[in-house]
Design a protein around this ligand. Structure first.
Ligand SMILES: Nc1nc2c(ncn2[C@@H]2O[C@H](COP(=O)(O)OP(=O)(O)O)[C@@H](O)[C@H]2O)c(=O)[nH]1
Ligand SMILES: [Mg+2]
Length: 433
């Protein structure tokens, strides 16, 4: 069964939808080979790291890497990315092992895509396609969605004919060029070009800042986990909030499966938000899509920058993270740095002020929670109120965005002790005791 990545589907109204905004469900994993060219001066270990990241990027699409192929070349072949012998070897392996998909660790040009597709017995994907799919599944606000769609159509536009020959082959056609096929592609191109100009117009109209803030207004205190892919953001979230998404969490994360409720030692409830990960070598035309998707998630009360304590690149990665955040609407948000995976043998010793954690062993999680309480202390207030029985609705900001620590039905009203966000404090004026 072929799965569709960015391939066009048209209904009678010539409505174009891509079928890739749903990550593959748990059922039926696909088996993949990963292919990279090691450039002349490049350290092979770095190529391995890129491939590990690529494998990780494929995971949300339900794809599991079963073998890696690398080849050292001065630069990738303009025609088929690797050398002809290598491609033959890969194709033979894929045929023999009934591999579903071959993933290339760079953005393939439209002609590379066509040539490789002609030589391979399976579907092919490139780095850009995988990253785009992740952004598509993560973008929430109108602005981010528009930005991601735009990047998606820009990626698809020059690749339509490759997709066509692919479809033709599936149908058992002869693959002859011209005729109906070419006309179809021209129509598709025209539709996509129109879409692109419409999306560009839309972007001008959407007030980006409003979009981000509106989407998060009225939420609980938010803490965002930001960092490169694979540093352990999701693992930290699970370690802090418990492994399974309980129903109680779902109430707080109705729209966004990447937010979870977290109770700090002070008793304050916060929303912990996992953001879309940074990736190395982000293709240039995905930069805006990435930033807008990150921005909406990272807009919070505290940003936790997560780095991999055992990764030589950690300082460079943190610097890039900061640089990107500085350029976004998140610039003024307090940041906290956490070096995760401190259980790894090659993790360095840091000075005692630095937060070291391990999502694996649980080390440092208490210290992280305590630090969050400290940082958030000026964003919230602990209050005691007595609400008359005809004003019980006023308790909502404390119940929904803060936390109730004591609740007593008394003769003259409802007595509440708990935490509210500073911006909600005015709701309780006149009822404080
Ligand atoms: N040794 C070790 N591995 C970890 C730790 N945290 C996460 N990992 C592993 O690192 C990989 C990436 O973790 P994940 O949470 O998915 O990273 P994310 O991309 O930042 O969300 C997974 O294989 C985790 O099992 C840790 O504290 N120690
Ligand atoms: Mg993750």
């Amino acid at each position: 069964m072929q799965k569709s990545y960015g391939r066009l589907e048209q209904n009678k109204n010539k409505e174009i939808v891509t079928k890739n905004d749903q990550p593959a469900s748990g059922a039926g994993f696909e088996r993949a080979v990963l292919v990279a060219v090691i450039r002349d001066q490049q350290d092979p270990r770095q190529a391995e790291e890129y491939l590990a990241e690529l494998e990780f990027l494929a995971e949300p699409a339900g794809i599991v890497g079963v073998r890696r192929f690398t080849q050292r070349l001065p630069q990738p072949s303009a025609r088929i990315y690797v050398g002809p012998g290598k491609l033959e070897e890969i194709a033979a392996y894929c045929k023999e092992e009934e591999i579903d998909v071959a993933i290339f660790d760079d953005e393939l040009s439209p002609s590379q895509t066509r040539n490789i597709e002609a030589a391979m017995p399976c579907r092919i994907l490139d780095r850009t396609r995988l990253i785009l799919d992740i952004f598509m599944s993560r973008a929430q606000t109108a602005y981010a969605k528009t930005q991601v769609q735009l990047a998606n159509y820009q990626y698809m536009l020059p690749r339509l004919s490759g997709m066509w020959t692919h479809l033709e082959r599936q149908r058992g056609g002869t693959g002859t060029r011209g005729g109906a096929g070419e006309r179809e592609i021209e129509t598709d191109r025209r539709i996509i070009r129109n879409r692109i100009s419409k999306l560009k117009e839309d972007l001008q109209k959407i007030d980006r800042q409003m979009a981000v803030q509106r989407s998060n207004r009225g939420s609980m205190v938010r803490v965002a986990l930001v960092g490169y892919t694979n540093v352990g953001k999701s693992s930290l979230m699970n370690a802090l909030c418990g492994p399974s998404v309980a129903e109680a969490d779902m109430l707080f994360a109705t729209l966004d499966p990447t937010s979870r409720k977290l109770i700090l030692p002070s008793g304050m409830a916060v929303l912990l938000v996992d953001t879309v990960g940074f990736v190395s070598r982000l293709p240039h035309n995905l930069v805006e899509a990435f930033k807008s998707t990150l921005e909406e998630a990272a807009w919070s009360d505290v940003i936790v920058r997560v780095a991999d304590a055992g990764d030589d690149q950690r300082e460079e990665q943190l610097a890039v993270t900061d640089e990107v955040l500085d350029g976004l609407d998140c610039a003024g948000i307090p940041r906290l740095t956490v070096y995760n995976k401190c259980d790894k043998p090659n993790a360095l010793n840091f000075d005692p002020d630095i937060l070291l954690t391990s999502a694996k062993t649980g080390y440092g999680l208490d210290a992280l929670l305590k630090k969050l309480d400290e940082l958030l202390s000026d964003r919230v207030h602990t209050i005691r109120v007595l609400l008359p029985y005809d004003k019980l609705g006023l308790a909502a900001p404390m119940r929904e965005r803060g936390s109730v620590q004591l609740e007593e039905y008394r003769e003259d009203g409802l007595y509440l002790e708990g935490i509210v966000k500073t911006e909600d404090l005015h709701c309780f004026e006149g009822f404080l005791v």
